[in-house]
Write a protein that binds this ligand. Structure first.
Ligand code: ADP
Length: 451
């Protein structure tokens, strides 16, 4: 087992990783920018190293500074968290080249899954269902029009290097294709310095359902069930739940097993998430995230498995030690992402936190690095807390969530707590009848009626 782990991240996930290490008897090194000197994980870590000024490109994305900090402090592994360098194969290679362990899959796997064209090909070859479309790179408008003709409109043009919802354009007919193709290609070039795009059928009312995978370095793979992440705004997840209200027991078991065996075939190791779109009873591979995800706690609540602990354990070379039969699902869990934003305009609202009072009680968990008097910096992601609630049934979770949101007090900054209160009070949400467009339609209705 590792003796010392460097945490190459910030915010709640840095604290989450510190907590797992602490419980495993592993020493921690926090790295931070000058803007984060007062962060909670910096205070709690055994050692802390300032790696640069506030802009992420000079600190949390500064590979050389992070590697130097790890060598200087004698860390034997680096945990990248999510975002920043977590899916950067070059960084993972650098970590290995300096004799340390990158807590994640092998660099070649990160590279394979980081390109959506190669990921889709690998997924298909491993037995995962994919959306009909071009098998690879679409080079010209003529080729794009031919694909539109072949698979039928609407279609979506997507950047191979895409992420964060960028470089995606929908074309509803041949006229729209011209523009969608050049817009997607330009956005891909500007955002990712890679203008490779591909085309697939655009599903109109799908849900976003993903499967959590856990695998060791010896070919043992289990799945930890699914999460429904259909509640999105600008392709960003807002609230997640498990199990998905859309699936029955047989469908759940089936998609879990398909995902598990595909990862076994592929030789995947570490934690990872396979994202699917789900429509009319069918699943379609969307992409794979080769890292721990923001929404992992809901899976921990229903399985009782500490995902970050398991990720560290398998990275250190320990075998999983259990199979799929040992995974039991217990009850229901929902996570609300609470952002420092105006709940109506979504304009970020950084600033100093006045009163900070988190809810408690049975089966209520708050993952956050915030505290009374902390200044939320303007230069990073606006998420300030994750409220995770567990219960025996979905109804009991909704009642508990309502109570927990009521108890949560954050003063000094605006947050999206009122948005979550509206969502969970809506009859369609209560019925579980939502797809990936539901939240944006709901927000439009709200602003029309002036609520
Ligand atoms: P990113 O990596 O940028 O997040 P994804 O490929 O994961 O991109 O897609 C993000 C979101 O875009 C999905 O959750 C879904 O809402 C939408 N989307 C992507 N592909 C399709 C498709 N073929 N049909 C319908 N919606 C899609």
């Amino acid at each position: 087992m590792f003796e010392k782990v460097l945490i190459a991240n910030r915010g709640e996930i840095a604290l989450r990783i510190h907590r797992a290490c602490r419980e495993m008897g592993i020493k921690t090194v926090a790295v931070h920018s000058t803007a984060d000197a007062d962060a909670m994980h910096v205070k709690l870590a055994d050692e802390a190293v300032c790696i640069g000024p506030a802009p992420a490109k000079d600190s949390y994305l500064n590979k050389a500074a992070i590697i130097s900090a790890a060598l200087m402090t004698g860390a034997d592994a680096i945990h990248p968290g999510y975002g920043f360098l977590s899916e950067n194969a070059d960084f993972a290679e650098m970590v290995e080249a300096h004799g340390m362990v990158f807590i994640g899959p092998k660099p070649a796997m990160i590279r394979l899954m980081g390109d959506k064209v190669s990921a889709k090909k690998a997924a298909k070859e491993s037995g995962l269902p994919v959306i009909e479309g071009s098998e690879g790179d679409v080079k010209s408008v003529e080729e794009a029009l031919a694909w539109g003709e072949k698979i039928g409109y609407p279609v979506i043009v997507k950047a191979a290097a895409g992420g964060g919802g960028k470089g995606m354009k929908v074309a509803r007919n041949a006229q729209e294709m011209q523009e969608a193709f050049s817009l997607a290609k330009n956005e891909a070039k500007n955002s990712f310095a890679n203008d490779v795009v591909y085309i697939e059928k655009y599903l109109q009312t799908p849900r976003h359902i993903e499967v959590q995978i856990l695998a060791d370095n010896y070919g043992n793979v289990v799945h930890l069930g699914e999460r429904d992440c259909s509640l999105q705004r600008n392709h960003q997840k807002v609230l997640e739940e498990t199990p998905s209200p859309a699936l029955n027991v047989a469908q759940r078991r089936q998609i879990g097993e398909i995902a598990r065996s595909a990862m076994e075939k592929l030789g995947y190791s570490s934690v990872g998430t396979i994202e699917f779109l789900y429509e009319d009873g069918r699943f379609y591979f969307l992409e794979m995230n080769t890292r721990v995800q923001v929404e992992h706690p809901i899976t921990e609540m229903v399985t009782g498995i500490d995902i970050v602990r398991e990720q560290i354990r398998v990275a250190s070379g320990c075998p999983l030690g259990y199979g799929q039969d040992a995974i039991h699902f217990n009850g229901h869990a929902i996570e609300c992402r609470i952002n420092a934003e105006d709940p109506e305009t979504f304009i970020p609202c950084p600033g100093k936190i006045g009163c900070w009072h988190v809810p408690g009680g049975l089966n209520v968990r708050v993952d956050s690095g915030m505290y009374w008097g902390y200044k939320v910096p303007a230069c990073y992601d606006s998420m300030v807390a994750k409220l995770i609630v567990h219960g025996r049934t979905r109804n009991s979770v909704l009642m508990r969530l309502r109570r927990a949101l009521e108890e949560f007090v954050i003063e000094g900054i605006k947050t999206t707590i009122p948005l979550h209160q509206k969502i969970i009070a809506d009859p369609a949400f209560i019925d579980g009848a939502y797809n990936i467009h539901w939240l944006e339609n709901f927000l439009k209705e709200q602003s029309k009626s002036g609520l």
